[in-house]
Design a protein around this ligand. Structure first.
Ligand code: NAG
Ligand code: NAG
Ligand code: NAG
Length: 291
């Protein structure tokens, strides 16, 4: 009798484990790519005009037929615009590009850069659902757009990504190094499998089920020449700061590595820390805007 109960017990535990694993496998994209958060992010996207920026939206069509929304903020006057660096702004795992307009505003108005930003597939008013492969295509689509643009194609180009966006940037620059002049990454993780034990400790034994990998610690080693600015919040509660420190260590670019950390910064408030935009301005001045 006891044996039978025991077998039932094993069976039920197995069913639960398999069930949880299957749920994790199927739904990990929804966990990792939280385009629905904060609520309303898939239906309402702030406009550049609300921040006194040029009202220029482009629809980019990816090679797999997804329509992406993008803001293209070009400095006034073609001569000014051509001499200004362009930032390709790659957002983090929540919200949409509209939430990052306050940052674009400083880059555009105070620092004088052109800014191209997009909502990845599965974010904002862009179509589709997010996946690692999909976001890589989306970033490439934005890059191809810039390289065809009559003004932007002549400008110095900087890939700039926060958190997940840093993983997108790293992959894009590694694949297209000849097209970039610099990269900025902020609070990015080494890889998703290496992040899971920290974010979801109960899931640490199921890491092998993770099919969204974003292995930036490997990818970053393929960047040989482009200078990189690492922005790290030392009180990051989501991505432990040692991830950024290890990425910095893993990078082997000959173009220069600049490290800036913010002792009171958390995962998503780095841009509010003292010296943040100054760090970006100095990096771009020293490594990009030299002419
Ligand atoms: C995206 O996912 C939803 C459900 O999560 C599905 O209904 C929809 O068809 C998917 N869209 C695409 C373009 O794959
Ligand atoms: C960080 O916070 C502490 C305590 O509030 C404060 O004393 C310190 O000046 C802050 N550091 C920076 C760089 O803002
Ligand atoms: C930043 O993170 C905090 C907590 O982690 C959250 O409450 C807040 O909504 C986030 N802000 C943005 C802009 O995502």
């Amino acid at each position: 009798m006891i044996i039978v109960y025991f077998l039932y017990f094993i069976l039920i535990v197995s069913i639960i484990t398999v069930g949880l694993s299957a749920l994790l496998y199927i739904y990990q994209c929804d966990i990792l790519y939280a385009g629905f958060f904060p609520p309303g992010s898939r239906s309402t996207v702030a406009r550049p005009g609300q921040y006194g920026l040029p009202e220029k939206e482009e629809i980019l069509i990816t090679k797999d037929g997804i329509r992406l929304r993008s803001y293209v903020l070009i400095q006034y006057g073609d001569n000014v615009a051509i001499q200004s660096p362009t930032v390709l702004w790659l957002h983090a795992h929540t919200g949409n590009m509209g939430h990052r307009l306050p940052i674009a505003q400083v880059l555009y108005k105070r620092l004088g850069y052109n800014v191209v930003m997009l909502s990845y597939r599965g974010y904002g008013l862009s179509e589709g659902n997010a996946t690692e492969k999909g976001l890589q295509i989306d970033a490439q689509t934005a890059l191809d757009y810039i390289k065809r643009h009559p003004i932007l194609k002549h400008t110095k180009l900087i890939a700039y990504g926060q958190s997940l966006g840093g993983a997108v940037a790293t992959h894009l620059v590694a694949r297209n190094e000849d097209k970039f002049d610099a990269m900025i990454i902020e609070n990015t993780f080494l890889s998703v499998p290496l992040l899971i034990p920290h974010v979801f400790p109960p899931m640490r034994h199921l890491v092998y089920l993770c099919h969204q990998k974003w292995r930036s610690y490997k990818t970053i080693q393929f960047i040989r020449r482009v200078p990189i600015l690492f922005l790290s919040s030392l009180k990051d509660e989501l991505v432990p700061p040692f991830h950024m420190a290890k990425l910095h260590k893993a990078a082997e670019t000959s173009g220069g590595k600049v490290w800036r950390d913010f002792e009171n910064g958390t995962h998503n408030d780095t841009c509010m820390q003292e010296g943040y935009f100054e760090a970006i301005g100095e990096f771009v001045r020293d490594y990009v805007w030299v002419s």
